[in-house]
Each structure stands twice: as C-alpha cells, then as structure tokens.
Ligand binder design. Sequence first.
Ligand code: ATP
Length: 323
Amino acid sequence: VEADNKRRSQLPHYPGLERFEMIRKLGDGAFSNVFEARDLKTGKKVAIKVAQKSHPNDKRANIMKEVEIMRNVRHPNIVQLIHYMETYDNYFLTLDLCQGGELFHQIVKLTYFSENLSRHVITQVALAVRHLHEECGVVHRDIKPENILFDPIPIIPSKKRIYRPTDSADKEDEGEFMPGIGGGGIGNIKLADFGLSKVIWDNSTLTPCGTVGYTAPEIVTDQRYSKSVDMWAIGCVLYTILCGFPPFYDNSIRALTEKVARGEYTFLSPWWDTISDSVKDLISHLLCVDARKRYTIDQFLNHPWIKEEPFIRNDPMPVLPAK
Ligand code: ATP
C-alpha cells in the first residue's frame, strides 16, 4: 500500500482533471502520456491520454483529427473515446481502459504465439480494420504490436509446451522449451492510437473526399490504395506474432528501408519450419510490394487459414478479475 501511495503521489497533477484519480502511467507516446485513472463520479476506471500544448511537436490539427475520427468510430475491437476536453495547457482524451496492455508485451513474455492464438488475435485486428476501411472510410496507418491492446488481462493457457528449435547446432538437445500456448480464447483485442489515421472516403457518397471530378488520377489511385498500408502492417504483425521477430530488420535504417522497399523477407529456418504453408501463403499476399496485388481486408478475412477452426474451441475464457 505504501509503495502504491508513493507511486501515485509521483504522478503528475493536471489542473482540470480533478474528477479523476490518477492510478498509474500506462504508456508514453511521441508527444503524449497515457494514464490509468478512476472517474471519481462513476467509480469506473478509464485511460486518459494527455498531450501537452507546449510540446514542440504539438499539432492541434492532428489531435482534432484523431478526436474527430474516434468520435465516429464504434466497434468492439476498437478503443472507444469516452470524452474529449482541453485546458490552457493540455489536451485530454478519456478512453476505454484496456487492462491487458499491449500485444507487444505478450510477445516479449511468450516469445511467439501458436497458430490458433495468432488467428484469434489477428482476426480481431482485421475486424477492426474492416470496420474502419469499409464503414468509416478511415485508414489507421499505425498498426503495430504497441497499438494492439488486450482487454481484459489475458491469461494465456500453457496447456501445451511448444518445442522451440534453436539455431545452435552443437547442442545435444535439439532445442529448448519455451512457454507454449494451447490456443482457445484469451479475451478481446482492441486497436488503439488514431494519431496518424486519415479519412479517405466520404461516408455518404462512398467516394474519395473532395471534389472527385477535379482530382488527379494519381490522387484517386493513392486514396484507393492507401488502405493497403494497413494490410501490409497486418502482414508484419502476423509474421511477428508467429515467430517472435519481425519480417524486416536491420540495425541500419537505410538498409532496413531498402529491404522493405524490395519486400525482402524470408520464412527463416528453423523457426518457420513447423508453421503451416497456409499461413505463409496468407502472409505472402500481405507482404506484397505491389499495393494493387496486395490482399484487401475482405480477401484476408476469406483466406482458408483465417477460416480454419482452432483445435480448442469454446474453452471458457480465463480472465483475471479487474483489480
Ligand atoms: P505513438 O507515439 O506510439 O503514436 P501516442 O502518443 O499516439 O503514441 P498511444 O499510442 O495512443 O499514444 O498510447 C501510448 C501507449 O499507451 C500505448 O502503446 C499503450 O501502451 C497505452 N495505451 C493507450 N491507450 C490505452 C488504453 N485505452 N488502455 C490501456 N493502455 C493504453
């Protein structure tokens, strides 16, 4: 309790946020901090994203765009904006709290996910993206494991220990045991952070925004294919959760950029040896350099791998009670 109180007393105090009791810091963004807080009126826990107006990267228009997009989006797999306000110094976005934290942290904890668990996670991300692309005309543009959140706290059952091959040939043992994942339900996934998102289609006419008649073909085409940036990102996330490392990596930014531009990745042995051809086929249709040939969200959701049944179905979803 003492440590808890000390931690809370070190949290910043924001004039205008008296209605909330700050509990802990959840994350840092490029120019915002996100806190877990309790709404003293309702007793409900929420997440509050605070962006300082004095920050050198302050872009009022960007915050307004993020708020406007979030106001128009409502989906079980997307973090909901509850309330927006600003004071002289700060912008505040009150959001649905995702108690389970980032997908990124689960990868760090578990090294990699089984195909069933990966399907469970990526399908929910895809349902969020389908809602954004087809109903809201929004491209997220920043899909990554840090922006994919679990709600509530997942207990990923270790029913099965997965034998993970290692690359050390001199080991008598063929590999080492890593915590495995038995599949089954692990709770909800929610997509967060609309800071880089963009509206591309006019909702009522289902045409690109602006006066199409005067829009140059490259702009119209650009808008059409801008959705494909999310599909590429879904491919990167799916690759990463299945093996524990990203498809494109290099210490040098320049070399990394070149690898991405050429779509230079492999299903590295031995890590990918036991992973199904079906999911490799799906990934190759997402990590496809030609945006016109890349899968759309509907093609993704109709791929046989996505439609496969997990081995373990209807497991009661084990979740920890909220603190
Ligand atoms: P970035 O620089 O990555 O674009 P940002 O400033 O736009 O970040 P967010 O990505 O929205 O901020 O949030 C930063 C982190 O805060 C997230 O990665 C996540 O860990 C945490 N976070 C954000 N929203 C929530 C939420 N609703 N519930 C729980 N944690 C959250």
